[in-house]
Design a protein around this ligand. Structure first.
Ligand code: GLC
Length: 478
């Protein structure tokens, strides 16, 4: 039996802020399922105070020890529970993880150094050594670095192979050299983590890991170039021999329009009219005119420029002026965009709703209700929303970058045959986005063609099954 340990800073349904949490909550069980009982999959994350009593009451304490980090010595508890065929471990230390937020604290570097070291020390406390550790994003980078630099001479650890997965290269864990020894205990290994005049944990993990993966094949190529790499392209080019891209999937049980209790009416690609019940229910809920004569467009996104909000804010008024449609926005983020959409709603009171919040159930009601989904990211490692929107029958309009490029192919019609599963554009421009959105609206207005395309989109396979096999191949190759 193979043993795999995922290390990451968040996982659904316990505590999550974004896509990493979705993946850590669904990929491990998909790997376990694909392994047919032959792979022992476990996950480890911090025991944040945000993890509710519902989960805490199911946990057992597996070990308690004190963990040294430079001159500190701290309590470290290991709790666990089983969920979806996977054992989840939680690193307990209230000083580090009883905070108002998961990240964004002044001492994040120290918090995740503690976490990463605890994950490695946990193995000897449990006497359970995995064949492969798959560490994710900057918060877990030090686990790969410590394993290589500080534990490789211990026999029990020497057989462990490592994969380091980049979900977003923008966040690298950059720190001043001053804390190299005092927090990270890496004074002897400065060259491993040193990059561009500072400590860079992601760079160190890329150097130390046996394999580096990222969340789509296209992004694996893109981050080797300057435009998308946030300064790490030379490191990635030098390590290209061990870099792979594997497209994420989505949780097909959590996101299932045929059985989703959080939407007004279940539906499938065969019963698309059920989708319109969801549209009416949402229009009623948010106070838009109830109608299926015009398309309802949606944006569900963090309101940040690189998600395409700058080009959306350029093209959206002309689009609303030229094409009869309604628009709903769900998300929070930069104040300028929050204000922009609030003003837009003021100017188009019968057509636009700006919901400046973050709400997973409401997001599902929006995916189920809307006809067209805009996601024009400037850069997108994978992106999950375009897949969720597709599964709920919203036609995606996306830019050809990263995982958007790999998952959404341009609609093309030749007689009775159609190919593609959305409307896409290449250059990051408001004009191209406007053109693609207008094309989607015009197709939607033709009921027959709409039904055919929406059926095709809803049947596109975005489940984990194929990608889980690819992860297993990668692990086996180590
Ligand atoms: C990050 C990326 C997103 C990706 C997710 C899961 O949030 O920005 O594109 O889908 O991680 O891998």
């Amino acid at each position: 039996m193979k043993k795999i340990l995922f290390i990451g800073a968040e996982a659904m349904p316990f505590a999550a802020t974004g896509g990493l949490g979705d993946v850590m909550g669904s990929l491990p069980s998909a790997v376990a399922r694909a392994g047919n009982g032959d792979i022992d999959v476990r996950v480890v994350m911090p025991l944040y105070s945000q993890i509710s009593e519902k989960w805490r009451s199911q946990m057992t304490t597996e070990a308690v020890f004190s963990l040294g980090l430079a001159w500190r010595k701290q309590y470290c508890g290991i709790k666990s529970l089983e969920w979806n065929g996977v054992k989840y471990y939680f690193i307990d230390n209230e000083y580090y993880f009883k905070r108002d937020t998961l990240y964004g604290c002044y001492d994040d570097g120290e918090r995740f150094a503690f976490f990463s070291k605890a994950c490695i020390e946990m193995l000897s406390a449990l006497e359970w050594y995995p064949d492969v550790i798959n560490a994710n994003d900057w918060q877990a980078a030090l686990s790969v670095i410590y394993l290589r630099c500080k534990y490789s001479d211990r026999a029990e650890y020497s057989g462990i192979r490592t994969v380091y997965t980049i979900h977003n290269i923008e966040y690298q864990g950059k720190y001043d050299h001053a804390i190299l020894g005092d927090v990270f205990e890496l004074d002897w290994w400065k060259s491993v983590v040193d990059n561009d005049g500072c400590i860079n944990l992601m760079k160190g993990a890329i150097e130390c890991a046996d394999r580096v993966s990222t969340v789509s094949p296209r992004y694996a190529e893109e981050i080797q170039g300057e435009e998308h790499s946030h300064g790490l392209s030379p490191i990635l080019r030098a390590n290209a021999y061990k870099l792979t891209g594997i497209l994420n999937g989505i949780d097909y049980e959590y996101y299932d329009p045929t059985r989703d209790s959080s939407i007004a009416k279940s539906f499938s690609w065969r019963t698309q009219c059920g989708k319109y019940e969801n549209k009416y229910a949402l229009q009623r809920e948010i106070g838009l005119p109830i109608t299926n004569d015009i398309p309802l467009i949606s944006i569900v996104s963090r309101l940040a420029a690189h998600k395409g909000l700058d080009i959306i804010s350029e093209m959206i008024r002309p689009l609303l002026n030229n094409c009869a449609s309604q628009l709903v926005i769900l998300g929070k983020g930069e104040a300028r965009y929050e204000r922009f959409f609030e003003e837009l709603q003021r100017d188009y009171p019968d057509r636009v709703r700006a919901l400046i919040t973050y709400d997973r159930d409401l997001a599902k009601r929006i995916y189920a209700a809307t006809d067209i989904f805009l996601m024009p990211s400037k850069s997108e490692p994978c992106g999950l929303s375009q897949m969720i929107a597709s599964r709920y029958g919203a036609i995606p309009v996306t830019r050809e970058t990263g995982g958007l490029y790999d998952s959404i192919k341009p609609y093309y019609e030749n007689g009775d045959t159609i190919t593609g599963n959305g409307f896409t554009f290449a250059n990051y421009s408001a004009i191209e986005l406007g053109g693609a959105a207008a094309a989607a609206i015009s197709l939607w207005n033709d009921e027959k063609r709409r039904a055919k395309l929406v059926g095709r989109i809803m049947r596109t396979d975005f489940s984990w099954s194929r990608s889980a096999e690819k992860y297993i191949e990668m692990y086996s190759s180590l």
